[in-house]
Design a protein. Sequence first.
Length: 276
Amino acid sequence: MTCKSGLTLMKNNDTNKFVDIVNAIGEPEFCHCLLAYFQHFIEFDSASAIHYRKDHVPELLYADLTPSEQTIFHARFLHGAYVASPAYQAYMQHAESGIYPWHTLMPEGFKDSQMYETYYRPSRIEDLLYLFVDCGELGYVQMSMGRYAPNPVFQEADIEEVNAVSDTIIGLFNKHMEMSQLKHTQQAQPLSSLVLDRVNALLDNFEPELLTKREQQIAKLVIMGHSSQSAADILCISPGTERVHRAKLYAKMNLCSNSELFSYFLEKLTQAGDEN
């Protein structure tokens, strides 16, 4: 069974598009048909869907991206830096099923972070809109729709349009995941042999022989894109105290900036992968 249209959807026959989704439940075409249906309500330039499960690496269910975004997107996954993305952090914090504008997920100062400069700005992404689906024991699905400059960010009217059908879509997605459970179970690879173990181990135990526990916590938050204020709020300390700790960890590691810390993290991550 195949979906009848691509992501560039004509603004009619929405009933047929909905039928396409229902017919695609349990099939590889499901995400494609779902996103085609969404484009009846809002316009977007790119889309992807990722399946997260405990003790498994994320599984890419669907991607319709520009060449530049595709290169950056896969680099983020291959090297494990996706753990610093706002959407992944929302998953880790058990965000409820629903629609989430990108700006509501960003920590303070994220657009000044090295994570943003390295993985988002080069793709010219202007805005993202996420659909999160909590599938219970079957995991968690993150579907994203993106707009590139010079197109405008998603407006409140766009979000309301998608929200109006989100409950139905979430129900269909849960049914889809139930019907495709065996396929996903057979294809997904355990984390123990793959990148996420390395990422978590490195973030949670960053340079233990050199840094204090507090400096390790701050290094992790900086790598994840948090500003001094945001990191201070999370750690329940003042921004001034956070900056003192940050300066000490930079001095110990002979670094001068957030970008150098982020680059160091990626280098260590790559080394860990090579050793395995």
